[in-house]
Design a protein. Structure first.
Lengths: 193, 173
């Protein structure tokens, strides 16, 4: 439903604002331009997106995520103290984090849900445990090594080097995850059960 | 550094292919199967993008986006975030396709290699659709009381946006 509200607000606001500012002719033209631009955008990023989902499938079948998974397990045990002895939950979390890192979005979500349902066994009365909050926080803070869609977007817009934003993306991602974890650790102390 | 960025894609393609073939994966079949999945994803988001880009273009033409930019300027410059990315800031945690629509409009309008265009791209690449993920995960785990999950996740988003602005300014002078 969120999008129903967002879209209605966008369109209604544009009409009112366009009438008030005298830009209504431009608004009418923009409505048609926008629809066409969406198709152009899709075609523009379709090639890179398909290539990348193809590479991801190769990564998945070659078991690259499995190698990463064992690497993260010790680190994640510290982040999820209450679930650290739940083998299924920890397996799912580390697979979820590795899939996110490699950009395997389609694989990451079911794994994350599996981890969430495992961790929810300790949740009483539908109240989120600290581990569940942490799981959501590290999933909402994107940790993707190669942001392929964004690179495709830049390439379609005519960027000279679509991937030159990589270091900036990595720095921002790491800071965002760190901020989320720190915020969760601090809020944990003040928030009631 | 430029050399490294040119190398990223070919190096990943090459090494993943060799690694997978060494592990007896049918690389070409995997590649085309995955690419077909990508095509399905694109087909699925096209209708949403048609609707949302129409909305974004209308907002831009009406002057509302520029008004939003000037409205947000004092607060955003305090955080070091370009006010031109205000719309992206607002829609990013709520809708993935909405963020794609707004982000592509900003990148197209200001140019992919401009400060604002790059910042918008880094923002898109380093944050997630927070509320969607919270809804999916907590929904599956039958959690009703989310406690501090939303404020903590929004802290991560805010940090991502501030750092995106800061790192682009530092890396691209």
């Amino acid at each position: 439903m969120a999008l129903a509200w967002i879209w209605t607000i966008m369109v209604a606001f544009s009409v009112v604002f366009g009438l008030l500012s005298g830009n209504i002719d431009a608004v009418g033209k923009a409505a048609l331009d926008g629809a066409g631009a969406a198709v152009k955008l899709c075609i523009g990023i379709c090639g890179v997106t398909c290539l990348w989902t193809g590479v991801m499938e190769v990564m998945r079948r070659s078991g690259l995520a499995g190698g990463l998974k064992t690497l993260f397990l010790p680190l994640l045990r510290r982040l999820f103290p209450d679930s650290s002895n739940n083998k299924d939950a920890m397996e799912a979390v580390s697979a979820n984090v590795s899939a996110n890192l490699l950009g395997l979005g389609n694989a990451a979500t079911p794994l994350g849900i599996k981890a969430a349902t495992e961790m929810a066994r300790k949740a009483e009365g539908g109240v989120a445990t600290d581990d569940l909050c942490m799981l959501v926080v590290i999933n909402t803070a994107s940790i993707q090594l190669i942001p392929a869609t964004v690179a495709a977007l830049r390439a379609a817009a005519g960027s000279a080097k679509p991937f030159d934003i990589l270091p900036a993306v990595w720095v921002s991602s790491v800071c965002s995850v760190a901020a989320g974890i720190i915020a969760a650790k601090i809020l944990k102390r003040f928030w009631g059960k | 550094m430029d050399f490294v960025f040119s190398l990223v894609v070919p190096a990943i393609l090459g090494s993943v292919a060799v690694f997978a073939l060494a592990r007896k994966v049918d690389v070409f079949d995997a590649l085309t199967t995955g690419a077909f999945d990508g095509l399905k994803v694109m087909m699925n988001i096209l209708p949403a993008l048609v609707a949302l880009l129409t909305g974004v273009y209308m907002l831009r033409a009406s002057g509302a986006l520029d008004a939003l930019t000037s409205l947000c300027r004092p607060f955003f410059s305090l955080l070091g975030i370009p006010p031109e990315t205000a719309a992206l800031f607002m829609i990013r945690p709520i809708s993935g396709s909405g963020a794609l629509a707004v982000g592509s409009e900003i990148i197209g309008r200001y140019g992919p290699d401009s400060l604002i265009g790059r910042t918008a791209a880094v923002m898109l690449g380093s944050t997630e659709t927070t509320f969607y993920i919270i809804a999916v995960y907590f929904g599956a785990a039958k959690i009703k009381k989310t406690r501090y999950a939303i404020p903590a996740a929004l802290c991560a988003d805010l940090a991502g946006f501030i750092m995106a602005s800061l790192s682009v300014r530092l890396f691209f002078k």
